[in-house]
Design a protein around this ligand. Sequence first.
Ligand code: HEM
Length: 142
Amino acid sequence: MPFSASDKHDIGHIWEKVAPNVDSLGEEAMERLFKCHPKTKTYFSHLNVQHGSADIKSQGSKVLKAIGHASQHLDNLDEALSDLSDLHAHELRVDPGNFHLLCHNILVVLAIHFPKDFTAHAHAAWDKFLACISETLYSKYR
Ligand code: HEM
């Protein structure tokens, strides 16, 4: 799915605000995911997913950093996310139905923390961006 110039602008603009706060915002997105959709915790049974745990913070930070990396490679997500795609498809075998749940919670976090920047257009651009990342991550499922 190609990104328009204004999509790219909105994705980059919000990412600049997220980047200095990946730990706290990532943690919040994971906390919300686990609270709203407790079944997603089953994938993380080897980690401590109790409220406020270091594992949740670390996982959220990794997810947002991967999204930041993707934001620098909007025209080539397949290559930029190839290793992560292998991991999610072949090792973790995360059911594709879970991706939109995480994406939704990331959007909620952006809307709460950056209300002025989260215009309807920015919302649509980020929705598309996160959907493309998700599609790339489960593209290698067989
Ligand atoms: C690990 C990103 C969606 C489950 C990871 C890692 C990253 C990542 C960067 C760490 C990889 C590493 O350490 O090399 C993403 C992104 C997602 C996404 C960008 C979508 C926007 C999901 C979903 C689930 C999931 C929906 C399940 C509900 C896991 C698990 C691990 C993992 C279980 C391994 C955790 C560990 O053992 O430390 N993901 N992920 N991911 N992800 Fe995802």
